[in-house]
Design a binder for this molecule. Structure first.
Ligand code: PXP
Length: 240
């Protein structure tokens, strides 16, 4: 692929499996298909409530993913221990609330600088690259830089949910401004949440965004066209 990397979030395959507590569909097998179809990274979120990805999935993914494994997790001691055991290539810290349907907002880095800085240092000590999932907000970007995160992932949910042109343009501008500020500070910039084949095009002109993590849109498309084709279709858009 070109300069834009695609991380495929496979949580939704695990969600389907967990509805029946069966062995299939297996997110580990899905990850291999995604890689074969051109994904540059496999992303998964091990939630405290284990509602989709299980510990077993993560262990197997570590030994089968040939590209990069990006683990999304909350900044808790239990998850730090898991990260130390599994050694993903990257950890993306995300906020987590039990009652939420999905990750609903970015991390509040500005109000938790000291704790998060220590947490990031523990990950870096284990040679794990660190990223923070934040809203496209300049204060959050600056705080992420101040606590020495290596990357940020900008939450695209508000942009994806925007109603009407004016709101969509405003959200797009926030993403563009946050991406530019982050890159100027030396942070790698990723984006994700709610992205699909229709809305991704608007983000592509933002040159600082090097990586997209996309789950629901790809797995939903895969229901109709198969996972391999669904990933290829997204890779083609990112390469355009
Ligand atoms: N990036 C992060 C940090 C996320 O928490 C999620 C949702 O789990 C995604 C990307 C993927 O979002 P979606 O499934 O809406 O594409």
């Amino acid at each position: 692929m070109g300069i834009r990397r695609l991380g495929v979030n496979i949580d939704h395959v695990a969600t389907l499996r967990q509805t029946r507590r069966k062995l299939y569909p297996d997110p580990v097998a899905a990850a291999s298909v995604c890689e074969r179809a051109g994904a540059d990274q496999i992303t998964c979120h091990l939630r405290e409530d284990r509602r989709h990805i299980q510990d077993r999935d993560l262990r197997l993914l570590r030994s089968t993913v040939a590209t990069r494994l990006n683990l999304e997790m909350a900044a808790t001691q239990e998850m730090l221990k898991t990260a130390y055991d599994v050694k993903p290539d990257m950890v993306t810290l995300v906020p987590e609330r039990r009652e939420e349907l999905t990750t609903e907002g970015g991390l509040d880095v500005t109000h938790h600088k000291d704790g998060l800085k220590k947490f990031l240092q523990s990950l870096k000590d284990a040679d794990i690259e660190t990223s923070l999932f934040i809203d496209p907000d300049l204060d959050q970007v600056r705080a992420a830089h101040r606590i020495e995160a290596q990357a940020v992932e900008l939450h695209t949910g508000k942009f994806c949910d925007a109603r009407g042109d004016a709101e969509r343009r405003a959200e797009l501008q926030r993403l563009a401004d946050a991406a530019m500020a982050a890159a100027k500070l030396g942070l790698k910039v990723a984006a994700g949440h709610g992205l699909n084949y229709h809305n991704i095009g608007a983000l592509l002109p933002i040159p600082e965004i090097e990586e997209y993590n996309i789950g629901h849109g790809i797995v939903a498309h895969a229901v109709f066209v198969g996972l391999e084709r669904a990933v290829r279709d997204m890779v083609a858009l990112l390469c355009a």
